[in-house]
Design a binder for this molecule. Structure first.
Ligand SMILES: [Zn+2]
Length: 111
């Protein structure tokens, strides 16, 4: 059960911040995320579609927690304030409490 909740948590995090680092570290803005069990279908603002798996130990989870990225996707046109917010956000060991403090990320979905 605990394992299941951990899985959901990364998806929830991604759903909140609406950002996704690609394998090469390019940060995309997420248009939509459709969670289906252990996987989620992500559509970016630059119309890329891919399936992600939820794992706190995944590369993407680590990149998101550390707020790493090598470049911004020019097609996604992520607003600068959003990047600043992302960079200024402190991730804690308990991602649940982090999410509670950042409900204003909800407004990021509308551009
Ligand atoms: Zn993009």
């Amino acid at each position: 059960m605990a394992y299941y909740q951990k899985r959901l948590r990364l998806f929830k995090l991604v759903d909140k911040i609406k950002l996704w680092p690609s394998r090469k570290g390019k940060l995309h803005g997420i248009r939509s995320i459709a969670i289906s069990g252990e996987q989620a279908l992500v559509v970016t603002h630059c119309n890329k579609e891919f399936t992600i798996r939820d794992s706190k130990k995944s590369r993407a989870a680590r990149w998101l927690r550390n707020k790493w990225f090598t470049e911004l996707c020019p097609e996604c046109r992520i607003p600068e304030w959003k990047i600043k917010k992302y960079s200024a956000t402190q991730f804690t060991k308990n991602q649940g409490s982090w999410l509670n403090k950042t409900t204003d990320f909800n407004m990021l979905t509308r551009r």
